[in-house]
Design a protein around this ligand. Structure first.
Ligand code: NDP
Length: 403
């Protein structure tokens, strides 16, 4: 018997609600709450049709701690799965502490007025969660999330010492919109327009946004131009696996996407500071989000697949070894299964798995943790069981240069 509160009714919330409802022996009672209740109701209807399960819905402004606490005291959940926006991480963690509820999210905190994402704000909650006997699991999506579990799996089963990590993320899907983002446009564009950052020889190195790129070949897809980005899991992986001499993150973008982004940046549409327009303050990026397609709306007729994995070089039994562990996910198949595109699916399934492991006690420790700090085996087994099968290749040549 467990009660789970899901916050956020976007593309990811849609998948989380469906996947939790598909495991009724663990998730016995579900409540979906978000800013717009009609979106929760539409998801609840979809869950009923697909899974035959009734879930409750509620309206919540997750920026307001007292409102969150009231909802939690009323519903009395064991766990909150937070898949609204990273801006709400801290308010929801505060409310969880006040109401005595475990916490899980898929993206680290970002202040609204500064495009800066790092774990320090959430790691600062460690003592308070520990003292309250509560657990917070950070970044249980795909990247961050599965990429951390893949790295922990590599350390546990393949290497004595991991030295080089390249996370490679390809979306080779076609949704036929001229320009759209696969998850929340505001968060996505803030991430991509930042300077690229990677970890090497004990310190962070920076490059200009999207300036470092090369073709990387993805399984079942072929070569795609891939851009070095800063991605939040690099921070926790560099800390939790100190043998890594270098850790980088690469993501594919089409020429069309880069061209649109370039123009939007040049004309000021990606700015996050307010601009006065006819007596009202408007944040250009928030306005842009309002006119771009919602991520969930891309799902119908989306074709092609995603491929995300970890390419690792290190040492085992005194000799060099490489490992490539990855998952490919097909947009059309995820649409058929839960009515969502693969980027929402690859985030929502690991959120459900992390929650399942917490609720069943397989992963349970008071404090604030990243996914790679737990035994990867049950998570890896659940990926195969719940729609994200993984593959691994040992000692294949990897497309990177090493010292
Ligand atoms: P969407 O924009 O589709 O959905 C976000 C949802 O959050 C919307 O329903 C929105 O409500 C709701 N929301 C926003 N602000 C509030 C608030 N103050 N109170 C209550 N609800 C609010 O985004 P996605 O579903 O694509 O992404 C969800 C999260 O998943 C994001 O944090 C994103 O960063 C993360 N993510 C993580 C990935 C990973 O692999 N780790 C990959 C992809 C996404 P409304 O409908 O009213 O706007």
């Amino acid at each position: 018997m467990s009660k789970t509160l899901i916050i956020g009714a976007g593309g990811v919330g849609h998948v989380v609600a469906n996947k939790c409802a598909s495991v009724p022996d663990v998730f016995t009672d579900l409540l979906l709450a978000s800013r717009t209740k009609s979106k929760c109701d539409a998801i609840a209807k979809d869950v009923k049709a697909r899974q035959g399960v009734d879930i409750g819905t509620a309206r919540i402004d997750a920026d307001q701690v007292p409102e969150l606490v009231r909802l939690m005291q009323d519903f009395k959940p064991d766990l909150v799965i937070h898949v609204a926006l990273p801006y709400q991480d801290l308010t929801i963690m505060d409310a969880c502490l006040e109401a005595g509820v475990h916490y899980l999210d898929t993206a680290n905190y970002e202040p609204v007025d500064e495009a800066k994402f790092e774990y320090s704000w959430q790691w600062a909650y460690r003592d308070r969660f520990e003292e309250a006997g509560l657990m917070a699991l950070l970044g249980s999506g795909f990247d961050p999330g599965v990429t951390g579990v893949f790295t922990a799996h590599a350390q546990k089963h393949h290497f004595d010492e991991m030295r080089y990590l390249d996370i490679v993320d390809c979306n080779a899907g076609d949704h036929s919109a001229a320009f759209a983002t696969n998850f929340n446009p505001e968060i996505n564009i803030r991430e991509i327009t930042q300077k690229g950052r990677y970890w090497e020889d004990g310190r962070w190195h920076e490059v200009e946004p999207l300036s470092a790129h090369k073709p990387i070949s993805y399984p079942g897809i072929g070569p795609r131009e891939s851009y070095l980005l800063y991605h939040e899991e690099l921070e926790s992986l560099a800390k939790n696996f100190p043998s890594l001499r270098r850790a980088r993150f690469w993501m594919t973008f089409s020429e069309e996407y880069i061209r649109h982004l370039d123009v939007l940046q040049r004309v000021g549409m990606t700015r996050i500071d307010p601009v006065r327009y006819e007596g009202v303050d408007i944040v250009p990026l928030q306005f842009l989000k309002a006119v771009l397609p919602a991520p969930a709306s891309l799902a119908e007729n989306y074709t092609g697949q995603t491929s995300i994995g970890c390419q690792i070089k290190g040492v085992k039994d005194g000799r060099d070894k490489t490992l490539y562990v990855y998952n490919n996910c097909d947009h059309a198949k995820t649409y058929e299964e839960v009515g969502a595109q693969a980027v929402s699916y690859t985030t929502g399934v690991p959120a459900m798995i992390g929650a399942k492991l917490m609720l069943t006690g397989a992963w349970k420790k008071p404090g604030v943790y990243n996914v790679e700090e737990f035994d990867p085996d049950p998570f890896m087994a659940d990926l195969n069981r719940h729609g994200l099968p993984w593959h691994e290749e040992v000692d294949v040549p990897l497309p990177h240069e090493y010292d």
